[in-house]
Design a protein around this ligand. Structure first.
Ligand code: HEM
Length: 427
């Protein structure tokens, strides 16, 4: 029986928490220098683009002295650093506020592993996680989406994030992992409570703490249940899959590794999709002529999803730690540095994209970095694309136009996920 032990997983959980939970660093904000990009600055979360453009143009290797990190923001630089896993390590953490001099604890989530160990784990996961499972989920995603939208259709208003985009991914991932349907509502309630913050406070609430414990206890119970009685789902398949380590050792995953994988999928897959759909509601309202094209021709929606990912990257900063000295644009980044790879800035780089600040659902050959690239390319990219496509299809079918109550829009405040927490719309 697998018992979730906070002492064993304490470090790992800290890492998860830092991936997506709000931080409040306003007290530390730098006195405005000529060019300043502070990933904890709440105003810059709303619109970082002027700062990012200046970084690309004027300081392609930006150094933030206050938090002591470097940042690469040009498309080519972000891409080459992402591919160079020998120099830019993920093993020390992947958010600027969590990266430290030592690798994260064991078991590490795969997003915080480096090759060749990461390669072994990714091979195992690819075999089980991707194989045919994702596209089978389309009907379920559609049914859930219809349910959320239809609940509000008569009222003529809803909060697109609170009422749809925060709910959908939790339910979808729970199905994918094979968690019983009767538990999905509880899982959503616990997931919501876990990230909820009282207005003006960065602290986890008491309800949040309790929900966190319930969620992790639930994952542990699900693992134990499958050890006794394997099922036809991703967790059982992973349990039975062999991991071939770089030294040739072949073994099964232990319960701790399975637990960490489940927690990662939930963190990585829920917050990001919630923000992407929130950006969709806002961006399409800002550009009604682009929205009208999608309503008239839904076959454009998959391309519109890629354009949305480029235009407003939900996960715009990937953190790395340098294992050796490296030079970009004649500027040395010493070994042992924290580096922000600003994929969100790369998506607006005019060196790569024509008119990058124009949102164009018919843009051709969109090569964005918003799902990362190379070894850590997003495991859930196919699922995220499916959820976004279906959500937009069903939304535009019901109400092809809507207005946003812009004064009521609220944002999440994290150093890695960027996007709205609340988008009230009227249709
Ligand atoms: C719009 C939605 C999403 C965005 C923008 C996004 C973005 C990303 C990015 C940028 C990375 C690379 C991180 C790095 O290089 O350090 C990544 C990795 C990852 N994503 Fe996503 N993601 C999304 C949805 C999902 C979903 C739905 C899942 C799960 C079902 C998921 C699971 C993962 C995992 C497990 C990794 C780590 C892969 C590895 O280390 O090999 N993501 N994602």
């Amino acid at each position: 029986m697998f018992i979730f032990d906070e002492r064993r997983f304490g470090d790992t959980i800290e890492q998860f928490v830092s991936i997506c939970l709000p931080v409040n660093r306003e007290d530390f904000c730098m006195v405005a220098a000529d060019l300043r990009w502070d990933p904890f600055d709440r105003e810059l979360h709303v619109n970082p683009y002027a700062a990012w453009k200046r970084m690309r143009d004027e300081v392609p290797v930006y150094h933030n002295e206050e938090f002591d990190f470097y940042a690469l923001s040009r498309f080519d630089d972000v891409l080459s650093a992402t591919m160079d896993t020998d120099t830019f390590s993920s093993a020390h953490g992947v958010t600027i506020d969590s990266i430290g001099p030592f690798p994260v604890g064991d078991p590490a989530p795969m997003i915080m592993m480096d090759p060749p160990v990461h390669t072994s784990m990714r091979k195992l996961v690819n075999r089980t996680f991707i194989r045919g499972k994702i596209l089978e989920l389309e009907d379920h995603v559609r049914e859930l989406t219809r349910g959320y939208l239809d609940t509000h259709a008569g009222a003529g208003r809803m909060d697109y994030v609170q009422d749809l985009s925060m709910r959908l991914p939790v339910m979808v991932i729970s199905s994918l992992l094979g968690f019983p349907e009767e538990d999905h509502d509880n899982l959503r309630v616990w997931s919501d409570a876990q990230v909820h913050r009282d207005e003006g406070s960065p602290e986890v609430t008491a309800e949040g703490d309790a929900a966190h414990a319930k969620l992790f206890g639930y994952y542990a119970d699900q693992i134990s249940a499958r050890r006794d009685d394997p099922r036809d789902d991703v967790v059982s398949e992973m349990m039975e899959s062999e991991l071939t380590l770089p030294d040739g050792t072949v073994r099964l995953l232990d319960d701790g590794e399975l637990f960490v994988f489940i927690a990662l999928i939930n963190v990585a897959g829920n917050e990001t999709v919630a923000r992407l759909l929130g950006w969709a509601a806002m961006t399409l309202a800002r550009f009604p002529e682009q929205r009208a094209k999608l309503a008239a021709d839904p076959s454009l929606i998959p391309n519109a999803v890629e354009e949305l990912l480029r235009y407003e990257a939900p996960s715009p900063v990937q953190g790395r730690y340098t294992t050796r000295d490296v030079t970009y644009h004649d500027t040395l980044i010493p070994a042992g540095s924290k580096v922000a790879l600003v994929t969100g800035a790369a998506g607006r780089d005019e060196r790569e994209f024509d008119d990058p600040d124009t949102f164009d659902v018919e843009r051709q050959k969109i090569r964005h970095l918003s799902f990362g690239q190379g070894a850590h390319f997003c495991l859930g990219a196919q699922l995220a694309r499916l959820e976004a496509r279906v959500a937009l299809e069903e939304t535009l079918l019901r109400f092809p136009t809507w207005d946003v109550d812009w004064d009521a829009v609220r944002y999440v405040h994290t150093s890695s996920v960027r996007g709205p927490a609340s988008v009230p719309i009227v249709f």
